[in-house]
Design a protein around this ligand. Structure first.
Ligand SMILES: *Cc1c(COP(=O)(O)O)cnc(C)c1O
Length: 477
């Protein structure tokens, strides 16, 4: 095997012909991928993605693929935006980097901070920049504990999160997250982080209406506060709609009740909007739709549509005023906090979202169309139920359909039907993610109604192929 990369001529990415096999060999030899079983990947060889335009990707074999996941929930403006590349190019020539540490600032960071204060709900006038969603959530852990220290209640340390939540992969991010497989590696969670169950109606709502279940699930927060001691709890964190957990959409009663409980015990409310922010649900921020007024918002992904890494924390007036007026130094920050190139990418990306009215289109046009098309998929023999919120959608593959979501019979987990389905999707040119046997999409917000039809037609075809396969294997009830 060729392992000396300098001996290999790798073609420039703009060209349309690639030596896939060499790339796969070098990939297997040198590149440890995130969240990947390296041994298994080496057997198969990685798919090499080389180009994107709009909602489409091309791999090194020239195959065209609909990107139903917007990269990783982030390419909201779609691929191939020359104006973002041009803006970034110009900024790199003018000033590729300067730090914001020592009483200095830079033009794109100032402009972006002001723009975000404009777009965010009224309680937000300040922003702290990071490079990722994980760093945003690490910042939040330190910031809420700092806040309570300054408020003279340093014993308020506990942060309550939810099982099956995703808040990133750094030590604090993974601790806040509720993924058992992540906690099992590296001695997590860190002290002072506890979890309650997620508001998953299909899984936990048997015997209740959705509205009743929403109140019930919010009640788990109050029970946990009382259990931990109300004077020990610093904050509650949640995604408005859980993304990586499988597009778990809470009942409409859930967030207002969570807000009421946080207010009652004077606990900070944190909305992790790394996926839900910047239009995914049909509002600039998901909390606006859900009826919550958080004190802190984590953002990343869609803020730059992934063109350049950027994340941050929107800091509400309650915390911001305390940090500013009583604070002194907040001993926290990153070399690249407020990176001028990343902030430039964000400014141009947000300009596109506004000019093309992409957020309104999700609310009024593309979101409702995706809902109608996903609802129609429930007629398929393999689909137990399907839900959407804006341009995030999920459907459950089931062994037997039922009268209600609670009467559906799931496949045995060992059959990994979701992974099987995902492979059919890949092979037939559409990327859908499998979370167990729940199949999810979150396409670029630039997707058109006609492209939604194209995507859902292809999904339906792949559901047929999956059905054929599970029938052959005798797994259908
Ligand atoms: C992706 C994600 C994160 C982590 O962001 P990174 O940029 O990968 O560190 C945090 N929270 C949510 C809700 C996410 O989806």
């Amino acid at each position: 095997m060729e392992t000396n990369s300098t001996a290999v001529t790798l073609r420039a990415p703009a060209q349309d012909s690639f030596d896939t096999q060499t790339l796969q060999q070098l990939d297997a030899a040198h590149y440890l991928h995130p969240f990947t079983d390296h041994g298994a990947l080496r057997e198969r060889g990685a798919r090499v993605i080389v180009r994107g335009d709009g909602i489409y990707l091309w791999d090194s074999e020239g195959k065209k693929i609909i990107d139903g996941m917007a990269g990783l929930w982030c390419v909201n403006a779609g691929y191939g935006r020359a104006s973002i590349a041009d803006a970034v190019h110009a900024q790199m020539l003018a000033l590729p980097f300067y730090n914001s540490f020592f009483n200095t600032t830079n033009v794109p960071a100032v402009k972006l901070a002001a723009l975000l204060a404009d777009l965010a709900p009224p309680q937000f006038e300040h922003v702290f920049f990071t490079n990722s969603g994980s760093e945003a959530n690490d910042t939040i852990v330190r910031m809420v504990r700092r806040y309570w220290h300054l408020m003279g209640q340093p014993e308020r340390q506990v942060i309550i999160s939810r099982r099956n939540a995703y808040h990133g992969s750094t030590m604090a991010g993974a601790s806040l997250g509720g993924m058992a497989a992540m906690h099992a590696q590296g001695g997590l969670p860190i002290p002072g982080i506890v979890h309650i169950d997620q508001p998953n109606y299909a899984e936990n709502g048997r015997g209740m209406s959705e509205a009743e279940f929403g109140l019930e699930a919010a009640g788990w927060l109050e029970a946990k506060i009382l259990d931990a001691g109300p004077d020990k709890v610093a904050a509650f964190i949640g995604e408005p709609v859980q993304g990586a957990g499988g597009v778990i959409i809470p009942p409409s009663t859930y967030w207002p009740e969570v807000q009421r409980i946080c207010d009652k015990y004077d606990i900070l409310l944190v909305s992790d909007e790394v996926i839900c922010g910047f239009g995914r649900l049909g509002a600039w921020f998901g909390c606006e739709l859900m009826g919550a007024q958080p004190d802190l918002i984590a953002f990343a992904k869609g803020v730059t549509s992934g063109y350049v890494p950027l994340g941050g924390v929107l800091v509400g007036s309650r915390v911001a005023h305390t940090l500013i007026e009583k604070g002194g130094d907040f001993n926290h920050g990153f070399t690249y906090s407020g990176h001028p190139v990343a902030c430039t990418a964000a400014l141009e990306n947000i300009r596109i979202l506004i000019e093309e009215r992409l957020v309104e289109r999700v609310a009024l046009e593309t979101g409702p169309h995706l809902k109608a098309r996903f609802t129609s998929l429930v007629a398929h023999p393999l689909v137990g139920h399907a839900e959407t919120c804006g341009l995030a959608a999920g459907l459950n593959l089931v062994r037997r359909k039922g009268e209600t979501v609670h009467d559906c019979v799931a496949f045995a987990p060992m059959h990994a039907v979701g992974m099987l389905c995902r492979q059919h999707m890949f092979d037939n040119g559409v990327i859908m993610r499998a979370v167990g046997d729940r199949m999810i999409v979150a396409p670029p917000l630039s997707i058109t109604v006609a492209q939604i039809d194209e995507m859902v037609d292809r999904i339906r075809y792949c559901l047929d192929l999956t059905l054929e396969e599970v029938r052959e294997r005798g797994w259908m009830a």
